[in-house]
Design a protein around this ligand. Structure first.
Ligand code: APR
Ligand code: ZN
Length: 374
């Protein structure tokens, strides 16, 4: 059967941490039970890919194919897959939604007990990889590995999307935009007429700004040490712009003075524990809510207990609190209905062969998102 064939195709392989990726011919085995083989059409580079490549985290085994923000078309499906057919437009997601575990069944969380990242953390090998190169297995990063012409993903981590969706745009809904937007609307639960502050204006932070605006915030402070980001933040709804480098006082104090005591909601979209602390302390006492959106593995958080005792709430979320499959499908629809912006996040378009250039752009803070056509 032709569908059972191993596919030979191109992928960007990371052979070792901190080294450029190498475009290689890889082999992609057919999907096994409950798996979907996807032809990736577009993928973008997210800060988390870079973070894993540069920090040499224990969870990552080399060689690996990074990439977890992408869109594609189902090529074939394994036994037991009824939700997908060849030709379906899909977005793979690093956070699964199995619909059967205690978390999936609860409206209180978007966590899924069968998520690959969680499996790795608990000492299990994560989902099996169908990707190999020169006789070596390639680790399936995030359960997705999208820096490849083809990948194989468990069906619990694949969202079916509207066939009208342009894949070279909606690929961004596979991670960054849902992460930031959802953090504001689902997790902070930003209220109309409130005051918000977003720390870090990459794609995640800009999406958080867009979420605050959609939720009816009347003032949105955009905070970044790179002033080139402010113009874009305005497009998404930011009303005030603060560069910490322009102030000698702690930024929490600056924001407290500008708002008469602090913001109602703050969102940390950098991935730095010092900024997480200042985001919390920028919130007003009594009811301020601060959400950790950025990611870091290497440092512990700190604040004085009294900062919480006075009535602030400190929260965190993955994938913006969206039940992953449902959320992606909804957000694609919202984009097609012109209720959320996506195109505005794309600053560069390249091909998969140029992935190292895309990585350099992000390292240098020169892009919001680069979409790679695969
Ligand atoms: N204060 C304010 N902003 C800062 C600071 C700082 N001290 N340091 C860096 N920034 C800004 C950068 O200038 C940049 O604009 O944070 C922004 C981060 O954006 P990107 O690097 O483009 O990252 P992004 O893809 O948006 O991801 C942000 O979310 O999902 C996580 O892993 C991801 O932790 C990362 C975060
Ligand atoms: Zn689940």
């Amino acid at each position: 059967d032709i569908l059972d064939a191993v596919i030979k195709c191109k992928a960007a392989v990371a052979w070792a941490p901190r080294k450029p990726l190498v475009i290689e011919e890889i082999e992609v085995a057919p999907p096994q039970a409950n798996e979907v083989r996807i032809k990736i059409v577009a993928t973008s580079v997210c800060r988390s890919d870079l973070y894993c490549l540069l920090e040499n985290l224990a969870d990552i085994c080399y060689p690996v194919v990074f990439g977890h923000e992408a869109a594609g078309i189902v090529e074939s499906v394994g036994p037991g897959v009824t939700e997908f057919q060849p030709g379906d437009k899909v977005i793979p997601i690093f956070l699964s939604q199995c619909r059967e575990c205690r978390f999936c069944k609860s409206p209180k969380t978007n966590h899924c007990e069968n998520t690959s990242a969680l499996l790795i953390r608990e000492g299990m090998p994560g989902p099996p990889s169908r990707l190999s190169c020169k006789g070596k297995k390639l680790m399936l990063f995030g359960g997705t590995s999208t820096f490849s012409e083809y990948t194989v993903v468990n069906q619990i981590a694949v969202a079916k999307i509207d066939p009208a969706a342009p894949l070279d745009k909606v690929c961004l809904l596979g991670c960054g935009i849902c992460t930031g937007y959802g953090a504001a609307v689902n997790v902070a639960n930003v209220e109309p007429d409130s005051t918000c502050a977003v720390f870090g204006l990459g794609a995640v932070g800009l999406a958080a700004v867009m979420g605050c605006k959609a939720a009816g915030a009347k003032r949105i402070f955009a905070v970044d040490i790179n002033p080139d980001k402010f113009e874009k933040a305005k497009v998404f709804g930011a009303t005030d712009f603060v560069n910490p480098n322009d102030h000698s006082k702690p930024i929490s104090q600056v924001l407290a003075e500008m708002t008469g005591g602090g913001v109602d909601y703050s969102l940390e979209c950098v991935g730095n524990v010092e900024i997480m602390r200042s985001a919390l302390e920028s919130c007003v006492v009594g009811w301020g809510v601060s959400v950790i959106v950025g990611w870091t593995e290497l440092k512990d958080l700190a604040t004085r207990p009294v900062q919480l005792m006075v009535g602030r709430t400190w929260k965190g979320c993955l994938f913006g609190g969206f039940k992953s499959k449902d959320g992606v499908t909804q957000m694609v629809k919202a984009y097609l209905d012109k209720k959320v912006m996506v195109d505005e996040f794309i600053t560069h378009n390249m091909t998969l062969d140029q992935i190292n250039d895309a990585i350099e752009l992000m390292k240098g803070g020169k892009c919001i998102r680069t979409v790679l056509s695969v």
